[in-house]
Design a protein around this ligand. Structure first.
Ligand SMILES: [Zn+2]
Length: 493
């Protein structure tokens, strides 16, 4: 029997505001869509938390034996600076400021984003589609919505007709907002606006002469609205109905509300079965914000090169820290909290090292491993409750720490089950890495740079004997030094 059959999941569906039994449309296949980053600057730590939360979801569902198609997009066009339908495209703005091609900005920050995600040991998605790669599909969807009478064209732009949509369907069902309240909460349209109602949002915007990111369409040169890409790319790769859509809580309105409306207006269906939203990350008790200076970049977190932290933290320690909170709870970053998480992480990893040395036999511990294993699964089956899972893992840590190495108090079968269960949850599900896997590389790298510096000094002093000795001895070890314009590099064979 596959693990997923033994482990029915309950998850909190933001759409119904309650925990529901998870029933996939087409098991063992499963569709998961997560809104990805807008790649115009270094990835925000709050976004990292969202992506790591959904990495946990992806890892657990995969662990249970589901064949998950995980789609996470890259927004590389259409996201305007004030998140509404006005202002400059965030990527075009950065490109103008730095005098680069928009696609250079996109490439730089996409690579940076991938690097940070890989440090956090987050799996890449199965498909990572981009908005600019799906302009044709977006134009098709706009045409469908126009054909269904739920959008209108004005002067080369196309807007979604929210009030007309709301007569037939329910706009605001995800965020729990009522259309009358929304209308009274928005300011009146000024005479300049092309929109029929302030609630209407752009599906296609006419490009002004200075707008550098532009494409041809039946309505003239322009670019797609930000909300559209996720409707289009999720349904293209996961079908008109799919299982789970995730994202940060801040995307619920208007982004996800608009996605629901676009899907329904285009194909008449409720596309997403379960909406999952991750909660926010704060720093020292306050909202992170560039303008107040209360921010922390992933690179600063790893290096400790910031006045917010005493030292740098290993990415898996940070990941462990995030896993200690449920994805729907707010989490606060602080030096103290990270130091405490580091202690917990080290205790867990040390227990795993000790476990490898334990042998079967001795007086029974009374620790019921079968029951403990069921408790671990039960925690994750309950809306991916990682903090409860971690508390169960520490019950095992306590037993391991109390054991004599020669006689653990377990039978061989129990010992194997303890090992495999801990391995599954710590490495596969929580996605933690052991402490030395990265730092040993890091140490080697530092030693290599030390040797390269000593050799450079020897060469400067014309001490050819020493410089040749360093190079030759390294070659014997399979490490090649290459001198170039940017200094000496090494490669390991
Ligand atoms: Zn999205």
């Amino acid at each position: 029997m596959p693990l997923y059959e033994e482990n029915p999941i309950e998850l909190y569906n933001s759409l119904t505001r309650q925990k529901e039994k998870f029933e996939p449309l087409n098991p063992p296949h499963l569709g998961l869509y997560v809104c990805g980053p807008t790649v115009y600057s270094d990835v925000h730590l709050g976004n990292c938390r969202t992506f790591i939360s959904f990495d946990l979801v992806y890892r657990y569902l995969t662990h249970l034996g589901y064949k998950v198609r995980y789609v996470r997009n890259i927004t590389d066009a259409g996201h305007l600076e004030n998140d509404a339908d006005e202002g400059e495209d965030k990527i075009a703005q950065k490109a103008r400021l730095e005098q680069l091609e928009p696609m250079e900005i996109v490439q730089r920050y996409t690579l940076g984003f991938h690097e940070v995600m890989s440090k956090f040991n987050a799996h890449p998605p199965s498909i990572e589609p981009t908005a600019t790669g799906h302009i044709v599909e977006q134009i098709d969807t706009i045409q469908k919505i126009l054909d269904n009478g739920l959008a209108y064209e004005v002067n080369g732009s196309v807007y979604f007709d929210v009030e007309k949509y709301n007569k037939e369907y329910d706009y605001g069902q995800l965020s729990g907002r009522k259309i009358d309240e929304l209308i009274s909460g928005t300011r009146e349209l000024d005479g300049q606006s092309e929109k029929r109602s302030p609630l209407d949002f752009a599906l296609w915007k006419k490009a002004s002469p200075s707008h550098i990111m532009r494409w041809n369409s039946p309505w003239g040169e322009g670019f797609p609205g930000w909300h559209l890409e996720c409707s289009v790319m999720s349904t293209k790769y996961l079908g008109e109905q799919f299982d789970i859509h995730g994202g940060g809580m801040d995307l619920k309105f208007p982004h996800h509300e608009c996605e629901i409306a676009q899907n329904k207006a285009a194909n008449g269906k409720d596309t997403v079965r379960y909406w999952l939203h991750g909660n926010m990350l704060t720093l020292n008790g306050a909202r992170m914000s560039k303008s107040t200076g209360n921010t922390l970049l992933p690179a600063e977190l790893f290096s400790g090169n910031t006045d917010k932290l005493e030292k740098g933290f290993y990415p898996s320690v940070v990941r462990f820290f995030m896993m200690q909170a449920h994805y729907r709870s707010q989490l606060d970053f602080s030096n103290e909290a990270l130091m405490a998480a580091e202690k917990g992480y080290n205790r867990l990893m040390e227990a795993l090292v000790k476990l490898e040395k334990l042998e079967a036999g001795g007086n029974p511990t009374g620790f019921d491993i079968e029951q403990w294993r069921r408790d671990c699964y039960a925690a994750m089956n309950d809306d991916f409750n990682s903090p409860i899972l971690i508390s169960h893992l520490f019950e095992a840590v306590k037993v391991i720490n109390g054991a004599e190495e020669a006689a653990s108090g377990f039978t061989e079968k129990e010992l194997q089950l303890l090992k495999s269960t801990l391995h599954d949850f710590v490495f596969d599900v929580l996605g933690l890495l052991p402490p030395d896997s990265d730092s040993s590389n890091d140490k080697l790298d530092r030693v290599m740079h030390l040797l390269i510096d000593i050799r450079a000094k020897a060469r400067a002093d014309k001490n050819w004997a020493l410089s040749d000795q360093i190079r030759d001895e390294l070659t014997k070890l399979g490490i090649q030094l290459k001198d170039g314009k940017e200094g000496t590099r090494y490669s390991i064979h």
